[in-house]
Every structure is written in C-alpha cells, then in structure tokens.
Design a protein around this ligand. Structure first.
Ligand SMILES: [Zn+2]
Length: 236
C-alpha cells in the first residue's frame, strides 16, 4: 500500500507476481517476515515477546506478542522507523520530519559517511557497510565515531520501543547487523542510561544470527503454512 523508500503507493504487487507464476502468492511486510524467521529459526526461538528490528535502507519492526505476530487492525503495525526522534529533524520520505530511520539506518550511515568525504577504497565499487566495517577495524577514527553515532541513535529508538512494549528480546537484523561489533556498545550504553529500569532488567539484545536471511526464512514459513492450511493438513 505504501513503501516510501521504494516510492510505491497502492501498487498491486500480489497480482503482478501472481500473473508471472502459477502458484498462490502471499504478501507481507519484510520486517514481519523477519520477525517470523527469527521466532521459528533464529535467536528468537525461546522468546514469547520479541521485537525484530530490520535495519537496512530504512528501519522496520516486526512485533511478536505472546508468540503471535502482531499486525495491527489493518496489517500496518511496526512502522517504528517513522518514530519521531528529532522534532525539527531531517525530512523523511513518509512526509514527517526527524524519523528514526533518518538517523539510524544503513542509508543514514552511508549518507553521513559521504558528507564526511569518506569514500570507498575501490573506484569500481560504491561505499558500502562492509567497507566501512573494514575501515573501522583498521582504526579509521572518523568511521568509528560514525558507527558510534548511528549506534546511539539506534539505542534511542530502541529505548522508546522497550518502554512501550516491555519485550524480553530485541533482535537487530538486516544490513546493519554486519556492523554488530561496532554498534553493540553504544546501543547497550544508551539503553542502560535511558530505558526504564524494570523494562531493562530481563531484556536481551541480540543481533540476528540468520543475518540477512531472517526475512527469506520467515517468508518461506508463510508459504508453507498457507499450503498446509489451504489443503487442511495439520502436523502434530
Ligand atoms: Zn518517516
């Protein structure tokens, strides 16, 4: 219905795919599929209440409450990338200003790196998160500082989520998980300093072990469960 980072509005993706392939098609949000993937196959297996944060081009979140994906009244829950974290902040593609994903996504990281004139070490390859991680590992002070800033902003948004939903587990996945070692300390520091103490007490923060595949695995599980339910097959 609305994917501002792709500039899509009211695109009938389901019919477009159904016209190409002779199979039933189900459509869901990338962060919801990622949350399912983590719950079924990843670090979320043992958690009943978890938030999967998909930090890529933008930020999306999948919310699992009491072992069920929470989809909202019309299926649009979890757009926490558009939480306002800077009142007069940067303009976002959603129409608002100061959205979380303008400060804590892969896009934010790459844009800030460009504005600091940090370039890819290879002329044939645009700057990406992997090369920034390598620069930080090699001791590039500006890049380390940049990861620190992105990590702090991630921590700010996560604090709002923690205080609202009191999850037992937060899983950070998608592209930014490649920078896990540089992001985890500022994230933990901000949450330690800012989140409410009772909410913080039994909270675990993990990066996805499934890396960029949590969404694909979750989407596969949606296809499998559709097949079983449509054919009235149950598995004990
Ligand atoms: Zn926004």
């Amino acid at each position: 219905m609305f994917a501002p980072n792709l500039k899509w509005e009211n695109i009938d993706l389901k019919s477009m795919i159904a016209n190409e392939f002779p199979f039933p098609v189900a459509i869901d949000n990338e962060a919801n599929s990622g949350a399912l993937g983590e719950k079924l196959f990843g670090v979320g297996k043992d958690a009943s209440n978890l938030i999967y944060v998909s930090a890529g081009i933008g930020i999306g979140t999948g919310i699992i409450i009491d072992n069920e994906l929470y989809k909202g009244s019309s299926g649009f829950s979890g757009e926490m990338g558009h939480l306002t974290i800077e009142v007069n902040g940067k303009k976002c593609s959603c129409g608002n200003r100061g959205c979380w994903e303008m400060y804590a996504s892969e896009n934010a990281l790459l844009e800030q790196a460009k504005s600091l004139s940090i370039h890819s070490d290879r002329a044939d390859k645009p700057l990406d998160i992997e090369s920034l991680v390598k620069m930080a590992d090699d001791g590039h002070v500006e890049v380390i500082h940049l990861f620190n800033t992105i990590g702090e902003y991630l921590g700010i948004g996560l604090t709002n989520i923690i205080n609202t939903l009191n999850p037992e587990l937060i899983i950070i996945g998608n592209r930014l998980s490649a920078a896990k070692n540089w992001l985890i300390n500022p994230i933990r520091r901000v949450i330690e300093n800012r989140a409410l103490p009772f909410h913080r007490k039994q909270l675990r923060i993990e990066f996805s072990g499934l890396n960029i595949y949590s969404c694909a695995l979750g989407a596969s599980s949606i296809a499998v469960s559709h097949f079983f339910s449509e054919n009235n097959i149950t598995v004990e």
